[in-house]
Design a protein around this ligand. Structure first.
Ligand code: EPZ
Length: 418
């Protein structure tokens, strides 16, 4: 297999057990939080993915020393005295935005390349800036850079118009060092927020209410470095669970805090799978030996609703369900990028605005397809497993942004790759 392509022949069914990798969307804000205070940090179970590599480049640009030993990451932020990341890779990805809160918290000034949108949407940051302004920051928009300054950060009572994950993370980080009390109302409830809060609490922050929509923070004078374990990636787990439903077979995923899966186990059962939750082992087993039942109209929603990051994989699964169904994408405005590629594999899909009508009953066949973004690429791989014949998938560099070793994972789940 060439580096950015993957070939496989279907149909195959999944059978096996897998330890799920660390979470991309939990690890990235934790790395950003390290800029809140100088020290030597250790992260365990950190996924080896390109988005983490890019974030480590940013931290190095900010003056940090980083060292990786497998899934363990050591970050020394004692030399992180630069508030400007203008020349760095910050523009290469969006996670640079999460540095706003931590750099402001510590250095009271920050400059980053203006974060662009991406294939799934414009990705504005108005909620981030509004919340940080209420904490005392002032921002200046230049042609390509965003600068922020805060003589002093003070607590505030902040209400988010939308439970933005990134905005909640940025405001939470800055509030840990703001003078006084901060309340974040309408906060995101995703498990990654609780994971970040757990890391910040180990660093000495006073935070209550994560997992609910009202988070309370009592600012402290100073934090300190900490060691932490990154939770498993609920979206990687959900991708493979939906893949098992598509191919038939039986898989068990370990190391997955099943509470992080939200409504997903219920949806898997609605699709016709037998689901067994093993809370003592943080495990979930799925067995699928019949046709996929079409779930009623399904819309993506903030946690604990159906995650937008699994919408493409669900679209692929519904394409072979027994009957037409409608999917509504309510989080991002352009998240049906995978549809034209699934059409090449014989799927009947019609999209209009935020709605996708999936005909169902498709007989998937192999094709040359291209991943255009991270989660659509993973969905194409799941579809290729259920398709008759050979599928060649290019654009695997997108998949590597979030899936550490999807080929290795699939082999552990009984899949034969070329
Ligand atoms: C995080 O993105 C995740 N990324 C995304 O995962 C995930 O899809 C998303 O949360 C929703 O769960 C990381 O954690 C690194 P949002 P984020 O702010 O924080 C609008 C993946 O595949 N919005 O909750 O950017 C925004 O346009 C990635 O792993 C504003 O309007 O998501 C979007 O429509 C993709 N103004 C909606 O809110 C703002 O200031 C949700 O965005 C911020 C967001």
């Amino acid at each position: 297999m060439e580096d950015d392509r993957l070939e496989m022949t279907g149909p195959q069914w999944m059978c096996g057990e897998l330890l799920v990798q660390g979470s991309k969307n939990a690890a990235l804000p934790m790395l950003a939080a390290m800029l809140l205070v100088e020290g030597v940090y250790i992260l365990h179970h950190c996924p080896q993915i390109t988005d983490v590599d890019h974030m480590l480049e940013l931290l190095s640009d900010a003056g940090c020393l980083t060292h990786r030993e497998g899934h363990m990451l050591i970050v020394d932020t004692r030399g992180a005295d630069r508030c400007s990341l203008k020349g760095s890779g910050a523009g290469k990805m969006r996670a640079g935005v999460t540095l706003l809160g931590s750099i402001l918290g510590r250095l009271h000034a920050v400059e980053i390349p203006y974060p662009g949108g991406c294939t799934i949407g414009k990705r504005p940051i108005d909620l981030h800036l509004k919340g940080l302004q209420q904490l005392g920051a002032v921002f200046e928009h230049k042609e390509h850079t965003l600068s922020g300054y805060a003589r002093k950060l003070h607590g505030a009572d902040i209400t988010l118009d939308f439970p933005s994950v990134g905005a909640t993370e940025n405001i939470l980080m800055a509030a840990t060092l703001a003078e006084g009390h901060t309340v974040i109302r309408g906060a995101a409830r995703e498990p990654e927020i609780a994971a970040l809060a757990g890391f910040l609490q180990k660093m000495g922050a006073h935070i209550e209410g994560t997992g609910t929509s009202v988070i309370r923070v009592k600012g402290v004078e100073r934090l300190h470095a900490a060691e932490y374990i990154v939770p498993s990636d609920r979206i990687v787990a959900g991708t493979y669970l939906l893949g098992a439903v598509m191919t038939g077979g039986e898989i068990r995923l370990l190391h997955v805090p099943t509470a992080h899966l939200g409504i997903l186990p219920h949806i898997l059962e609605e699709l016709g799978a037998k689901v067994e939750i093993q809370t003592d082992q943080n495990g979930i087993a799925v067995k699928m030996d019949g046709k996929i039942q079409p779930v009623p109209w399904l819309a993506t929603a903030p946690f604990p609703g159906f995650p937008t990051d699994l919408q493409s994989a669900l679209m692929a699964a519904l394409s072979i369900a027994s009957g037409p169904r409608i999917l509504e994408e309510k989080i991002f405005e352009a998240r049906f990028q995978v549809a034209p590629e699934l059409l090449k594999m014989g799927v009947g899909i019609y999209t209009e605005g935020s709605l996708a009508v999936i005909e169902g009953e498709a007989r998937l066949h192999g094709a040359h397809v291209r991943a255009r973004e991270l989660r659509g690429g993973a969905a194409l791989i799941m579809a290729a497993l259920a398709a008759e014949g050979k599928t060649d998938i290019s654009g695997m560099e997108f998949v590597k942004r979030g899936y550490e070793d999807i080929q290795g994972d699939l082999k552990k789940l009984g899949i034969v790759l070329h």
